[in-house]
Design a protein around this ligand. Structure first.
Ligand SMILES: Cc1cc2nc3c(=O)[nH]c(=O)nc-3n(C[C@H](O)[C@H](O)[C@H](O)COP(=O)(O)OP(=O)(O)OC[C@H]3O[C@@H](n4cnc5c(N)ncnc54)[C@H](O)[C@@H]3O)c2cc1C
Length: 484
């Protein structure tokens, strides 16, 4: 695959990012254009490794050496065919996937991995540019009706798959726009929303019906859904955020990350935000509590809004820069990651315990009392005596993850069983209620876009088998995979 000695002669190279001072002035994606010939050189680094672990590293089972080879050969049409055979939305994963495929690339044992994610994005963007991505309208309809609840990547992938084989798909979304966390979680500087809208236009032309501002379980009942549709797929996400119940939590200026990110996504989309509800970081000392993607997105947003300072606090110890012995290739590396938002300015702190929010007489937060920790084992720590201090804080964002899906309402009315973590339990993607299926974060717990797409595809296949007795839909059975 690729060029026989490409990996020996060509170094890993990615598009440059725009200068940090410039890019924080807008919400546009951060990468500069990259010449096509350079992308082909990068594809040439894919070596004939024999057993391509990247296939398995990718939850979708993307046929990576095959599309790399096609790109190297300048056969972009073949590349897009290979890519679309396993992934409905490479334009999303090519931008925001943490790329488990690259972590398991054989080349990455002792050299930097092939730039798989960048190549994926290049292939799909080339295909759009060439006009190869057109609505695929099914020639015949089966007369079977499927309701998909929730329009995040899991719901969208399942809708695309089920519509492809002629079923009539209706997607219900409680928000005012389609896209789930692709729309209201992930900021534009990671993926501009025209990318999502472009795909949605195609899906609409393909015949998928999207209904917004309808909360299933409230605006349409579980009984109505069961009566009207042959099958229901729950893709409602894991949306109950974890709280930080420390003294001072009720002070003004402490918010869940998603309140902040949703509002900013609406603002960037041109919506008017009511003055009384405005959440802005301008000229404020901002503290982001939690170190994942969500926290990093708050950092990037706060810098774009002109924060006076941005600090990010993590409870766990600082990860090492390289893999430890207990975390060998091809596992997901539990190493230090620095996001583009961190590069834009952020005081990152690890091994920190938040003790108390402090405020002024008007009830506004002014500081956060913290203490440094020394971890004595994986699960035990001691507070370092004398390390207590109060950090200035006018705006705090809680980005410490999501506990589980919302149980009240639809899940309760349908009577679906939950697992020990509070997520929807499935067997073969079907819940305990016949004809009701679940995929994405609602089943898996908070995860990744690529997993949501993968689960949406698999659930679509299971639904087709349920209603027709068999299915020709492609899907990788990833039930044995460990990465999350
Ligand atoms: C801030 C943030 C940044 C992230 N960044 C990344 C990233 O860079 N890369 C990555 O791979 N992953 C990222 N993730 C994770 C990723 O976004 C999720 O794993 C993925 O979106 C889950 O997809 P889903 O379709 O299961 O659910 P969601 O995207 O959560 O969509 C669920 C949808 O269901 C709707 N809904 C819920 N209940 C109802 C109801 N009763 N009726 C109708 N509609 C309903 C919701 O409004 C929502 O639109 C991020 C997550 C967050 C929060």
């Amino acid at each position: 695959m690729g060029k026989i000695d490409g990996f020996l002669k060509i170094d890993r190279q990615l598009p440059n990012s725009r200068n940090t001072d410039d890019r924080i002035k807008d919400s546009k994606e951060i990468y500069e254009p990259f010449e096509e010939s350079k992308t082909r050189d990068q594809a040439a680094r894919c070596m004939d490794c024999g057993v391509p672990f990247c296939h398995n590293g990718c939850p979708l089972g993307n046929q990576i050496p095959e599309f790399n080879d096609a790109v190297f050969e300048n056969d972009w049409e073949r590349a897009i065919q290979v890519l679309l055979s396993t992934n409905n939305f490479p334009e999303f994963t090519g931008r925001i996937c943490p790329a488990p495929c690259e972590a398991s690339c054989v080349l990455s044992i002792n050299k930097p991995a092939v730039t798989i994610e960048h190549i994926e994005k290049s292939v799909i963007e080339k295909a759009f540019e060439m006009g190869w991505i057109k609505p695929q309208i099914p020639k015949q309809r089966t007369g079977r009706k499927i309701a998909i609840i929730g329009s995040g990547p899991a719901g969208l992938a399942a809708a695309a798959q089920l519509n492809k084989t002629g079923h009539s798909v209706t997607v219900y979304e409680k928000d005012d726009r389609i896209g789930g966390l692709l729309r209201y979680g992930i900021p534009d500087f990671k993926m501009e929303k025209w990318v999502l809208d472009r795909r949605l236009e195609i899906m609409k032309e393909e015949g998928i019906e999207f209904i917004t501002n309808v909360e299933a379980g409230k605006d349409i009942s579980a009984v109505e859904l069961r009566n009207e549709f042959d099958a229901i797929l729950l893709c409602t996400g894991s949306i109950v955020p974890r709280d930080l119940p420390i003294p001072g939590r009720k002070l003004e200026g402490i918010h869940y990350a998603m309140e902040y990110l949703t509002q900013q996504n609406k603002r960037v989309a041109g919506d008017k935000i009511d003055k009384s509800e405005e959440l802005l970081a301008d000229n404020k000392h901002v503290i982001v509590i939690g170190g994942g993607d969500t926290g990093s997105d708050c950092v990037g947003t706060a810098n774009r809004q002109g924060a006076k300072s941005v600090a990010q606090l993590q409870y766990r110890t600082k990860p090492s820069e390289t893999r430890g012995k207990s975390n060998p290739w091809p596992e997901w590396p539990m190493t230090l990651t620095t996001s583009s938002s961190h590069e834009e300015g952020c005081d990152r702190n690890w091994s920190i315990l938040t003790k108390e929010f402090v405020g002024d007489e008007s009830g506004k937060v002014t500081g956060l009392k913290i203490v440094e920790l020394e971890w004595v084992s994986k699960s035990e720590y001691i507070e370092i005596p004398g390390s207590e201090k109060v950090l200035p804080c006018d705006l705090a964002m809680l980005a410490i993850g999501y506990a589980h899906p919302k149980k009240e309402g639809l899940l309760e009315y349908l009577g679906v069983d939950l697992d020990l973590r509070g997520n929807v339990k499935v067997s073969g993607w079907q819940t305990n209620v016949p004809g009701v299926f679940a995929a994405g974060d609602v089943h898996r717990g908070q995860s990744l876009v690529v997993w949501a797409i993968s689960e949406g595809r698999e659930a679509a296949k299971a639904i087709e088998e349920y209603i027709l007795g068999e299915s020709k839909l492609e899907a990788k059975d990833s039930s044995e995979m460990l990465m999350s």
